[in-house]
Design a protein around this ligand. Structure first.
Ligand SMILES: NC(=O)c1ccc[n+]([C@@H]2O[C@H](COP(=O)([O-])OP(=O)(O)OC[C@H]3O[C@@H](n4cnc5c(N)ncnc54)[C@H](OP(=O)(O)O)[C@@H]3O)[C@@H](O)[C@H]2O)c1
Length: 273
């Protein structure tokens, strides 16, 4: 698995998402098995959040990493309404308990809320000093939010990015690349919706003998400094996603995708789900 440098740590360019995990009791074993299989295949960055199944996803992650904490780069996120001086350490302790660990590698503000950024950053820094988190970052921040944050300590910005949602290519992505701030692309396969049946993606996939989901991942990863975090429970999806790290799209592929899904020509508001 290819890696990139995130605040001094090499992390795999393809990790694993966990949104919608921990919601259904009968899916629990399949979710744990999927995450474990993904770790075996090198997708050792796991992205979760206190929001997902209101802690249920963190519990699934905790079960999946039991006995192998050191092999995993754990990302979790705090709700904006908990992102205060008092709220952050409490939320972090709850996440740590559910994850069954004593540190989170990367702790993100899930989206901007009512608390001043300085207060959230101060609380993150305190957690870092206490060793409860390795580093911190943000999510769903557009360029103006990042400029207001203006902190070299911010380790990443996690944003929506896929073939259908290219808005960040106009300004946010080039700015992050200039600053060497890695971006984490969420919904990299557009939640397995109609994109995966698009004829252009099907043609590209056929040429390479791969699937349209793998084309979507390779397309996101053609950019420097981007990490993709697809979520997969189906064992075949986990295997295919890990293998997508080896797929390189050529100029013909990229031109065909550009014609069907043009790059942005002007500023677009940051897309979110
Ligand atoms: N920061 C934020 O605000 C934010 C927002 C949204 C998401 N996220 C994070 O980003 C992660 C990814 O986003 P997402 O889960 O919304 O969408 P996604 O990863 O684009 O799509 C997930 C869907 O794709 C399917 N799938 C996975 N691999 C596949 C493959 N190789 N072929 C066909 N289908 C495949 C999955 O099915 P199976 O599960 O059945 O395999 C699931 O239905 C989340 O899980 C979460 O960790 C963050």
């Amino acid at each position: 698995m290819r890696t990139l440098d995130l605040a001094g740590v090499p992390v795999p360019v393809i990790g694993q998402g966990t949104w919608r995990m921990g919601e259904e009791r009968h899916q629990r074993n399949a979710e744990i098995a999927a995450l474990q299989a993904g770790i075996e295949r090198g997708m050792s960055l796991i992205d979760t959040a206190e929001m997902y199944a209101e802690g249920g996803a963190e519990e699934v992650v905790g079960a999946a990493i039991t006995g192998q904490r050191d092999r995993v780069f754990l990302v979790s996120k705090v709700y904006p309404h908990n992102a205060s001086r008092k709220g952050i350490p409490q939320a972090c302790d709850r996440s740590l308990r559910r994850l069954g660990t004593d540190y989170i590698d990367l702790y993100l503000l899930h989206w901007r809320g009512q608390y001043p950024l300085e207060e959230t950053v101060e609380a993150f820094e305190r957690l870092r000093e206490d060793g409860k988190i390795g580093r911190w970052g943000v999510s769903n921040f557009d360029l103006d939010d990042l400029e207001e944050l203006a902190s070299p300590a911010c380790a990443t910005n996690q944003v929506l990015y896929n073939i259908e949602e290219r808005g960040i290519e106009f300004d946010l992505l080039p700015a992050a690349q200039r600053q060497r701030l890695p971006l984490m692309a969420y919904c990299p396969i557009a939640q397995a919706g109609k994109l995966l049946h698009h004829p252009v993606l099907q043609q590209v996939a056929e040429r390479h003998g791969v699937t349209t989901a793998q084309v979507s991942l390779a397309w996101v990863l053609r950019q420097d400094g981007v990490i993709a975090i697809p979520k997969a429970v189906h064992p075949e999806h986990v295997r295919l996603n890990a293998e997508a790290a080896g797929l390189r799209l050529n100029d013909e592929d990229l031109a065909a995708i550009d014609r069907a899904f043009p790059a942005p020509l002007r500023k677009q508001r940051l897309a979110v789900v």
